[in-house]
Design a protein around this ligand. Structure first.
Ligand SMILES: *Cc1c(COP(=O)(O)O)cnc(C)c1O
Length: 355
């Protein structure tokens, strides 16, 4: 039976990206050696990093003056690297979910943190719209896609101060105006690559403005200066990122990815809205294209486990919702197929007909 991977992360990647990465692990560039056993400073590997950086800049239209970094530690390490490098006195955070809360909490150890708005009052089912950002904040931090709650900020907000964004789960799924951000970071394992690497896009002249001592490994300038080669970078994950960036380019770039995301999410949301048994958890104007969250309507709540079993028996993988939302979550990252979304819709229809 064909399996459709709706995992939230680590998550689906194009089959060819997995095959090319597997091949390089067996024999890298015809060298007879595995990608796992060569030096990151080998002359064959430097072009991998260079091309991945250049492709990211090209695909996301990154302006002059920005560096692209490939770091370890996950997006979670950025929760502390950001305030380490940027928070002198005060930072502003928009609290839209679990990851946003973690980022905010981490920053509190470095200075004053203003929560400009929070959607916690309604279990993070919406993106707050009305808030004011203190003009004397060192930066304004947002989480563009809330992986757990299924909400997404689809437009770059306006801010009187420089912005910093965790884009882990909608990175390269839509165009962004990079010039509005001092720093964008994304753990790779949602929409870019296998787990193990974090991409950081950083405006160079925004650094060096805090007075504290920054440990070498946590100072973004270290990694800019050394081209992400200060220490051993995660070579296999970076290679998989390069393969995926090539794939995205060959399939029409970021605009094409956005079109697909619109199409896929429409297919699934239309069925959620039509189907008698289900209801979406996120408010309509805040719905994520990447993580589609829904539950059984209260009067059908006892069917929840049964639908999960039914969908699983039909080949759907990873649609169980996160425990803080319950129900179901269909993650539809770049590599998710329209066919996969239609198969899920078919399941929902069949299940409705049987009840
Ligand atoms: C998964 C996720 C994280 C955490 O990523 P790690 O790489 O595991 O640290 C942070 N932010 C968002 C939005 C996520 O989806």
């Amino acid at each position: 039976m064909k399996k459709y991977n709706f995992n939230a992360g680590p998550s689906i990647l194009p089959r060819e990206v997995i095959e090319q990465t597997a091949q390089a692990c067996l024999d890298f560039n015809g060298s007879g050696l595995s990608l796992m056993e060569i030096s990151h400073r080998a002359k064959d590997f430097q072009p991998v990093v260079d091309e991945a950086m250049a492709l990211l800049k090209e695909l996301l239209d990154v302006p002059e003056g920005y560096s692209v970094l490939f770091l370890g530690g996950g997006a979670s390490l950025e929760f502390c690297m950001v305030p380490y490098n940027y928070l002198e006195t005060k930072a502003a955070y928009l609290n839209t979910g679990t990851w946003a809360s973690k980022a905010l909490k981490e920053a509190q150890g470095f200075g004053e943190v203003v929560e400009v708005a929070s959607s916690k009052d309604r279990n993070f089912t919406y993106i707050p719209r009305d808030y004011s950002i203190p003009a004397d904040a060192d930066y304004f931090h947002i989480t563009t896609n809330n992986t757990i709650y299924g909400t997404e900020l689809l437009a770059d907000p306006d801010s009187p101060v420089q912005m910093i964004a965790d884009m882990s789960s909608d990175f390269i799924s839509r165009p962004v105006d990079v010039s509005k951000y001092a720093c964008i970071y994304a753990g790779a394992q949602k929409n870019l690559a296998m787990a193990g690497v974090t991409v950081v896009i950083i405006k160079e002249d925004t650094l060096g403005k805090v007075s504290r001592h920054i440990p070498t490994m946590l100072d973004y300038r270290t990694h800019i200066k050394k081209g992400s080669m200060f220490n051993t970078p995660p070579v296999v994950p970076i290679y998989s990122a390069l393969m995926n960036l090539r794939y995205v380019k060959a399939h029409g770039g970021i605009k094409a990815m956005e079109q697909l995301a619109i199409e896929r999410s429409r297919i699934v949301y239309d069925e959620i809205d039509r189907n008698r048994l289900f209801v979406g958890t996120a408010e309509a104007d805040s719905r994520s294209r990447m993580n589609i969250t829904f539950v059984c309507k209260p009067e059908y709540a006892d069917l929840q486990d049964e639908f999960l079993q039914f969908a699983t028996s039909k080949g759907m993988v990873g649609i169980k919702g996160h425990r803080s939302v319950g129900g179901f979550r269909a993650s539809c990252y770049n590599a998710q197929s329209i066919e996969g979304c239609k198969a899920l819709v078919e399941c929902m229809k069949e299940f409705e007909a049987a009840h």
